[in-house]
Ligand binder design. Sequence first.
Ligand SMILES: [Zn+2]
Length: 269
Amino acid sequence: MFQVAPFSSQAHVIIQITDTHLLEDPQHEFVGINPEQSFHQVIAHIRAHYPKIDAIIHTGDLAQTPTAVTYARYLDYMQTLGIPFFHVPGNHDDPAHFPFHASSPQDISIVAMGQWHLVLLNSAVVGKVDGWISEHQLMQLQQHLQQHPNVSTILACHHHPFEMQSKWIDQHKLKNTATLLDVIHAHPQVKAVLCGHVHQESSHRWEHVEFLSSPSTSVQFKPRSDDFAFDALPSGYRVLKLQANGEFESHIHRIEKMLQNINTEISGY
Ligand SMILES: [Zn+2]
């Protein structure tokens, strides 16, 4: 279990960033934008608006070029911020180089912060775009939730558990959502599930849980589109304010000044 000492015992500020899609060469462009630059602009915005951040969570697709060089540069950069940061892998990440927090990619990681726990889940399957959370991790999650019934908990994984009403992206969703829901159904302390992958903002209420996705720090996908399509919206991130009583609020920031000059000729991703 990772311990984060929060700024305050009353409320914690968590930032979700996602889908940075970093390239090995930080000067290069990907579909018409420089992902390194837009990632740094997002971080600059976060720093300017939130002086006290307890943790940053990256919900996957750290790398578009998933080599040791790309991950090392990400870790070096994040370490300069002086903010505890955590990440789960996405379908574009390579488990051979991804900097997992747990000793095995198939173990869950727990971050403890004041009255809250954050559980990191690996939903990436080698060679696949869609997602699956292993039975082993779901068992660990269940055990953890049983042992900590009074600790408000947020889960994070890369793939979206619920459909986005977007045909092309829904074929790439988390495929064993039902099993995940079986686990969290019995545990009212689970307040939210964070995901990336869909490069757009969304929220979906299911029972006692809020399922939330966040815009990418790089390019955005058009909501409710049956075919692959980019959206011209600026990059963004999600802020979560967690209260000691188990309530939380959340919203999205967009980096309005960021120029989006996406190459819309590209139809595959
Ligand atoms: Zn992505």
